[in-house]
Design a protein around this ligand. Structure first.
Ligand SMILES: Nc1nc2c(ncn2[C@@H]2O[C@H](COP(=O)(O)OP(=O)(O)OP(=O)(O)O)[C@@H](O)[C@H]2O)c(=O)[nH]1
Ligand SMILES: [Mg+2]
Length: 398
């Protein structure tokens, strides 16, 4: 089964907790609690010999391991390994806010979800403010993300045409593909890939399901066909003179209208207009005439493909990466007058402490005062005397 769309739930690993301990070699004690290990991150990595998501289709939840807790006396927790999910070239990644990234290159890596950081032990929390802290950070909680992966195949040439025009017969004739062909429309329901070898070059080529009127708005297999054109460099319009409903010009117009309605930029791709089934009728028409079934005109077609110098051409899609990934986020809600509640990972960073109560309170106050949350609350005009709720902590703003 060809799977070119998949939804995944990703859970990174949480960080291990730091420890609280003291060495007391001399009369002075000093903090020596070590840090927890980092939780595993989730990374997407492209692999050249993958052509869809069927290898991960049966698994929709990916969970990285947690970092280890620190032990006392300088013994750090173990960092967890990252979880790498392999995907084909041409994978786009979306979340509810839209496109996150498009991966087009071999062995390209995307750090999609960072693991929770290991918590600092009291050794690393030592400061001028508190030279002997009785506190440690708990590990940062795991992050969760729902993503959709969508594949647009990376190929040199895509064969487009109405149902039954002979697209699969052509790819079978000119490549190693074993595409299914038949005399009824919509024989092909997912792309077939093949490698075409001409005298000069090698090309990857794909045979797509038949396109019909309204495809750009989702009729037939519509958009799931057209999306594959974003990563191809040349189009072959395969035209069928035996089509009783639309003549050659009408077929060209339908194909042009649909790809243009899907994405205006697709008009920039070079198009080879090829008339198939010329064994049935052979009227002069100024286009490339072939018979995919009987192998007529194939040499001429390969010559025309070579002339396009495809290796110098570019597909429309570009690599893309949204830059706001993995930031420490927070949201502020003004639930009732003078009551402000703050949620999110930035809150955890500030409040994620265990140990001596007074030290914990002082450290949270310090972190809060120096945080983006505090700056944002100021901008929002929070009045002195208001209550601020940060996770499980509540305090009066002044
Ligand atoms: N006479 C003749 N018949 C052809 C030729 N090429 C394909 N056919 C026939 O046309 C019919 C459709 O061929 P396919 O290759 O399955 O067509 P397709 O464009 O892939 O069709 P869909 O996948 O349904 O869109 C089959 O019966 C083929 O044998 C040709 O050059 N000459
Ligand atoms: Mg077909």
């Amino acid at each position: 089964m060809f799977v070119d769309k998949i939804n995944l739930t990703l859970l990174s690993g949480s960080g291990g907790s730091g420890s609280i301990s003291f060495s007391s070699k001399s009369s002075k004690t000093s903090p020596n609690g070590a840090s927890g290990g980092n939780g595993g991150s989730i990374i997407l990595k492209t692999r050249k010999d993958l052509f869809d998501f069927s290898h991960i289709y049966s698994k929709s939840i990916f969970k990285a391991e947690n970092g280890g807790d620190a032990s006392k006396n300088l013994q750090s927790g173990k960092n967890a390994g990252d979880l790498v999910i392999e995907v084909p070239l041409g994978t786009s990644i979306f979340d509810d806010e839209g496109l996150i990234s498009v991966l087009l290159h071999e062995n390209e890596e995307l750090l999609l979800l960072e693991g929770g950081k290991g918590g600092a032990g009291n050794k690393d929390l030592k400061s001028k403010r508190n030279p002997n802290p009785g506190i440690a950070e708990q590990g940062q909680r795991r992050f969760k993300k729902e993503v959709r992966l969508d594949l647009s195949l990376i190929t040199d040439i895509a064969i487009l045409g109405l149902p039954n025009s002979g697209k699969s017969t052509l790819i079978k004739k000119i490549t190693n593909s074993n595409a299914k062909t038949d005399s009824y429309p919509f024989t092909t329901i997912s792309p077939n890939l093949g490698v075409l070898e001409s005298l000069n070059s090698k090309y990857t080529i794909c045979d797509l399901p038949g396109l019909i009127k309204g495809a750009a708005t989702g009729v037939g297999l519509g958009k799931s066909i057209l999306k594959h054109l974003m990563n191809t460099k040349v189009l072959i319009f395969l035209l069928d003179p035996s089509n009783t409903e639309l003549n050659i010009d009408e077929q060209i117009k339908l194909l042009e209208d649909e790809i243009f309605a899907y994405e205006k930029k697709l008009r920039q791709l070079p198009v080879l207009k090829v008339i198939n089934k010329s064994d049935l009728s052979n009227k002069p028409n100024g286009m490339i005439n072939i018979s995919a079934l009987e192998g007529l005109g194939i040499d001429k077609l390969l010559e025309k493909i070579d002339e396009l110098n495809i290796s110098s051409l570019k597909a429309l899609n570009k690599s893309y990466l949204r830059t706001d990934l993995n930031k420490n986020e927070f949201t502020i809600e003004n639930t009732t007058q003078n009551y402000w509640e703050v949620f999110g990972h930035e809150v955890d960073r500030i409040t994620n402490l265990i140990g001596n109560e007074i030290d914990v309170f002082n450290e949270i106050s310090y972190r809060f005062e120096n945080s983006d949350i505090s700056a944002e609350l100021k901008l929002l005009g929070v009045n002195n005397g208001s209550t601020i709720k940060l996770g499980k902590f509540e305090f009066i703003y002044e």
